[in-house]
Design a binder for this molecule. Structure first.
Ligand code: F6P
Length: 360
């Protein structure tokens, strides 16, 4: 193997650049050429490759600028959600491009859709592919965390601290909507980290009336005169189908007696940007190393997973990183999305158990 490629796909996540940096450094140290694919699977189909290493008299080195770029958010290669790659013809063209460019292995960094694409490419095109989980949603199976989750959580906590300042000043309640698609992970962990008064998760389904009723009575209790509370913070996952602004307005209408102000803040894409946290840079770097090692060992169709507690999977050189077949990852990801995974059941049970505590 003398030339490998790396691409980022789907929603960008802070730490993707740190993973690219690690892959390039490891490749160069092993005397491999590494090329970057611009704008995800679309770039693979169009053959948009850019060199990330260069040959020097003293051997292979990363191109200049990597040291700095690895510490930034976003992805220096660009990303995309490619419709063309969903089609077998698109994947065949991508395979042809890779063969023409002499690419012997590919590392894909991305979320659920990206891993689906990586699996199909590995199976159909017989080119070794290793995936790294990269998504702020933490909705990927078999891994305890993905690149970007920790930074997004830090951004949410920071935003909630700021909201708390103004909420206290005006004795207001805030509904803060956080990202996560159909996963409530960011909402759940942010609620614990900020000691929010309540949390609304898709994993704990409720009717609109139940949501309205429970949040209204919680704010009523919180602002009861004997409580001396000066703010209420409710974190709502975007997967809960109730617009934050609409919910805030409807709660306020029910609170006419106590005249409480309820405001809504949708944090949006600010959660996807920013300098990656040390944790995200650390797992990204370690995953990047294992990805290249795995390609060199001739492995394919597997995802590198972060396992704080080690469960199953095949060992790598790193005790906290395991390799899982992509098919298993995709099955578990689907189970997480439809709520049948033990991970989601466990999250919902824990949140149910602490719900009463949050409101205190
Ligand atoms: O998957 C990451 C994510 O940020 C989700 O949390 C969110 O639902 C979605 O992407 C937003 O996608 P887009 O950037 O295409 O609006």
């Amino acid at each position: 193997m003398d030339r490998i490629a790396v691409l980022t796909s789907g929603g960008d996540a802070p730490g993707m650049n740190a993973a690219i940096r690690a892959i390039v450094k490891v490749a160069a140290a092993d005397g491999l050429e590494c090329v970057g694919v611009e704008r995800g699977y679309d770039g693979l189909i169009d053959g948009r490759f850019t060199p990330l290493t260069r040959e020097t008299p003293s051997g292979m080195v990363p191109i200049r600028g990597f040291q700095i770029n690895g510490n930034t958010g976003g992805t220096m290669l660009g990303s995309a959600r490619s419709d063309r790659f969903r089609d077998p013809t698109g994947r065949a063209t991508a395979g042809k491009q890779m063969r023409e460019w002499g690419i012997r292995g590919l590392v894909v960094i991305g979320g659920n859709g990206s891993i689906q694409g990586a699996h199909k490419l590995a199976v159909e095109q017989s080119i070794p592919v290793i995936a790294l989980p990269g998504s702020i949603d933490n909705d990927i199976g078999c891994t305890a965390s993905a690149i970007g989750v920790d930074t997004a959580l830090n951004t949410i906590v920071d935003a909630c601290d700021k909201i708390a300042d103004t909420a206290q000043a005006h004795r207001r309640a805030f509904i803060v909507e956080v990202m996560g698609r159909s996963s409530g992970y960011l909402a759940m962990t942010a609620a614990v980290a900020t000691a929010a008064d309540g949390v609304l998760l898709p994993e704990m389904p409720k009717t609109r009336e139940e949501v309205l009723e429970s949040t209204t009575s919680m704010i009523q209790r919180a602002f009861a005169t004997d409580r001396h509370k000066s703010q209420v913070l409710i974190i709502k996952a975007e997967g809960v189908e109730y617009g934050a602004a609409e919910l805030a307005k409807e709660i306020e209408e029910r609170l006419v007696d106590i005249k409480a102000d309820v405001r809504a803040t949708v944090l949006g894409h600010v959660q996807r940007g920013g300098r990656p946290s040390s944790f995200d840079r650390m797992i990204a770097g370690r995953m990047g190393l294992v990805a290249v090692e795995s390609l060199l060992e001739g492995r394919t169709d597997e995802m590198v997973a972060w396992q704080a507690t080690i469960r199953g999977g095949e060992k790598t050189s790193d005790p906290q990183l395991r390799l899982f077949p992509m098919e298993q990852v995709l099955t578990e990801t689907e189970a997480m999305a439809d709520g049948t995974s033990w991970v989601v059941e466990w999250r919902a049970q824990r949140m149910e158990a602490i719900h009463g505590i949050l409101a205190h």
